[in-house]
Design a protein around this ligand. Structure first.
Ligand SMILES: Nc1ncnc2c1ncn2[C@@H]1O[C@H](COP(=O)(O)OP(=O)(O)OP(=O)(O)O)[C@@H](O)[C@H]1O
Ligand SMILES: [Mg+2]
Length: 225
């Protein structure tokens, strides 16, 4: 079983949105469990509004082993975490196969990026994902440059689009509809598989299991064009 964690101490950066998009995209080809560690219950509330049976929402005690999920045949566990840095999180982040860090292209989010990168130095594989990017903004180029200097940056960004919250009204995600939001969310899942080391697409984005500065720079320069 692979474990993918959405994490950033910054509130509102897009952890829950990304967790849901990626869990639903993954559940098209594998058995996926989604865990909500946030006492705000954003993802649990979304799940209650959802009709589809997959992914499965599971309750997780971060202090306990995940063997039960492995025994149940889960291929991928996606964990949505709360804002802040709860004490249990360090061990969980270090044990994950991949950690995604959503960042809005704002000075406030970017200020937090360096300490987050430092805190993930023990993690197997992690990447920043630009989130809620306003269309046609010059903020993107600077953000990509700054993030690429700190670590790997996903070559796919989630644009600020009403399709994300609109889909959540009915417990769905953007990729369950058609449109640009669906395309970018699906493309992000394709990329995430490469850092999870779960597909043969690995070679396109570099060696999985590393925080790769050069890789981040390549992604950044390509996207900044
Ligand atoms: N790409 C996007 N376009 C438009 N709205 C978005 C996008 N991503 C997230 N949002 C909205 O921004 C808000 C914050 O997103 P989300 O809940 O995913 O962040 P979070 O990091 O999980 O927040 P928290 O730290 O409170 O858990 C939500 O209302 C969500 O619907
Ligand atoms: Mg959240």
């Amino acid at each position: 079983m692979r474990v993918l964690i959405l994490h950033t101490p910054k509130g509102g950066s897009g952890k829950s949105t990304l967790a849901r998009e990626l869990a639903v995209a993954a559940s098209r080809t594998m058995q996926v469990a989604l865990a909500d560690l946030d006492p705000q219950g954003t993802t649990s509330g979304w799940y209650q509004r959802r009709d589809a049976k997959v992914p499965a929402l599971v309750t997780l005690d971060p202090a306990k082993p995940l063997q039960q999920l492995v025994d149940a045949g889960v291929d991928l566990l996606v964990i949505d975490t709360p804002p802040g840095q709860p004490a249990y999180l360090g061990a969980l982040l270090a044990s994950a196969d991949a950690v995604l860090v959503p960042v809005r292209p704002t000075p406030d989010d970017l200020l937090a990026a360096a300490p987050i990168a430092a805190s993930l130095s023990q993690s197997r594989a992690w990447a920043f994902v630009l989130s809620q990017v306003p269309p046609r903004t010059r903020l993107l180029v600077g953000a990509l440059r700054q993030l690429a200097a700190l670590g790997r940056v996903a070559p796919v960004q989630l644009t600020f689009r009403a399709d994300y919250p609109a889909a959540a009204i009915t417990g769905q995600v953007a990729s369950e509809f058609s449109g640009k939001a669906a395309d970018e969310a699906t493309a992000l899942w394709t990329y995430v598989q490469t850092i999870l080391g779960a597909t043969d697409a690995t070679t396109a984005e570099g060696k999985p299991g590393q925080s790769d500065r050069a890789q981040g720079r390549r992604a950044g320069s390509r996207d900044a064009r």
